[in-house]
Design a binder for this molecule. Structure first.
Ligand SMILES: [Zn+2]
Length: 297
C-alpha cells in the first residue's frame, strides 16, 4: 500500500487531481524505466493466455520484464486491474520469483487469507487505481448505491466489482459483497468489521446457496426492485433478531453474475435463545468444522 501511495502522490503532483483513470500500462513501463533502469518492464501486451488472466515474467538475464494480460478479457476495467496487479508483483515481489502467473481467483477478489502475495498485489492495484483520498471525495456524503459505485467504476476505469470492494474497505459499517450465479455464491468478501463479527461466507470451503429471501434469488428477481431492508437473520442466523440488513443487487453483465451488497450496523452478540438453540448449534458446527471459529464480540 505504501508503494502504491508513493506512486500516486507522484502522479498527483505531475498530473493534478483530474488524472483518472490511471494509464497503468504506460505508467508501468515509464516508472520502471526511470526507477529500475537495470531491469525495467519492457512491454505490456495482450495475448491469448490459456488459463491465466495476467502474467509477469523476466527474461533469462533478468534485465527486463514483460507483463501480459489475457486479451480475451471482456472488460477494459478488468484489464487495467490485471496490469496494475502484475505491476504490483513487479514492485513488491520480483526479487522472489522470475515468473508470476495469476488466475481468475487471484485478481480483484483474491483471498486475503490464503496467498499473501496475491492479496498484496490486489491491494497495490486497488490503491494505485483508486486512491483512498480521491475515492472518499467521490462517495462521502452520498448514500451508497450501485449507481454511486458505477460512477466510481467509470472514474477509475475499473469494474463495478473492484469499485464495490474498494467501497466496502472504507465503509463505516459492516459490509459484505456477494457474487452469485444460479442461486449459489461464487465468492463473498466481508470487510474487516463484518469478518470480525462472524458475518462471512466460507465460499472456498463449501458450496453455499443464496438465502431464499435474497433479492438475487431467482424466484424473487425483478430488475425494478434493487434494494430491500430485511432481517439480518435471513443471511446470518447468528445475528440478533432485531438486527436490520440492507440488501442491494445489480447484475454485473460483463461477468455474467449478480452482485449483492449487504450492509449491517455493528454487531451485538446475543446468546442463542432456548427455542432456536439447535439451529444456532448447527451454524456453529458448520463454521468450526471448516476450521474457522466465529469471533464473538
Ligand atoms: Zn498475482
Amino acid at each position: 500500500m505504501a508503494e502504491a501511495n508513493r506512486i500516486s502522490t507522484m502522479l498527483s503532483m505531475v498530473l493534478g487531481a483530474e488524472r483518472f483513470p490511471v494509464k497503468v500500462d504506460e505508467l508501468a513501463v515509464e516508472y520502471s524505466r526511470q526507477c529500475f533502469a537495470e531491469s525495467p518492464i519492457d512491454k505490456v501486451q495482450g495475448e491469448d493466455l490459456d488459463g491465466f488472466d495476467g502474467l509477469l515474467k523476466a527474461n533469462k538475464a533478468r534485465s527486463k520484464w514483460l507483463i501480459l494480460y489475457n486479451s480475451a478479457t471482456p472488460s477494459e476495467g478488468r484489464k487495467r486491474f490485471t496490469i496494475a496487479h502484475e505491476f504490483g508483483h513487479y514492485i513488491l515481489h520480483r526479487h522472489q520469483q522470475d515468473l508470476f502467473e495469476c488466475g481468475d481467483d487471484d485478481i480483484e477478489t483474491g483471498d486475503n487469507n490464503e496467498r499473501d502475495i496475491e492479496a498484496e498485489a490486489d491491494l497495490f492495484s486497488s490503491t494505485l487505481l483508486m486512491p483512498l483520498d480521491d475515492f472518499r471525495r467521490q462517495v462521502n456524503g452520498h448514500p451508497v448505491s450501485f449507481d454511486l459505485l458505477g460512477h466510481c467504476a467509470d472514474r477509475y476505469g475499473v469494474s463495478l466489482t473492484a469499485a464495490a470492494l474498494r467501497w466496502t474497505e472504507i465503509a463505516d459499517k459492516r459490509a459484505i459483497l456477494v457474487a452469485s450465479r444460479d442461486d449459489h455464491m461464487l465468492w463473498a468478501k466481508s470487510n474487516q468489521a463484518a469478518f470480525k463479527s462472524g458475518a462471512y461466507f466460507a465460499t472456498r470451503k463449501r458450496t453455499i446457496e443464496m438465502p431464499r429471501a435474497a433479492l438475487a434469488y431467482s424466484d424473487n428477481w425483478s430488475a425494478a426492485n434493487e434494494t430491500q431492508t430485511t432481517r439480518a437473520q435471513a443471511w446470518f442466523p447468528r445475528e440478533a433478531s432485531s438486527m436490520p440488513l440492507t440488501e442491494m443487487t445489480k447484475v454485473a453483465a460483463q461477468y455474467d453474475y449478480t452482485l449483492t451488497l449487504l450492509l449491517m450496523p455493528d454487531a451485538e452478540w446475543q446468546r442463542p435463545r432456548h427455542d432456536d438453540e439447535e439451529s444456532e448449534e448447527d451454524t456453529f458446527d458448520h463454521f468450526i468444522r471448516n476450521g474457522q471459529p466465529p469471533v464473538r464480540k
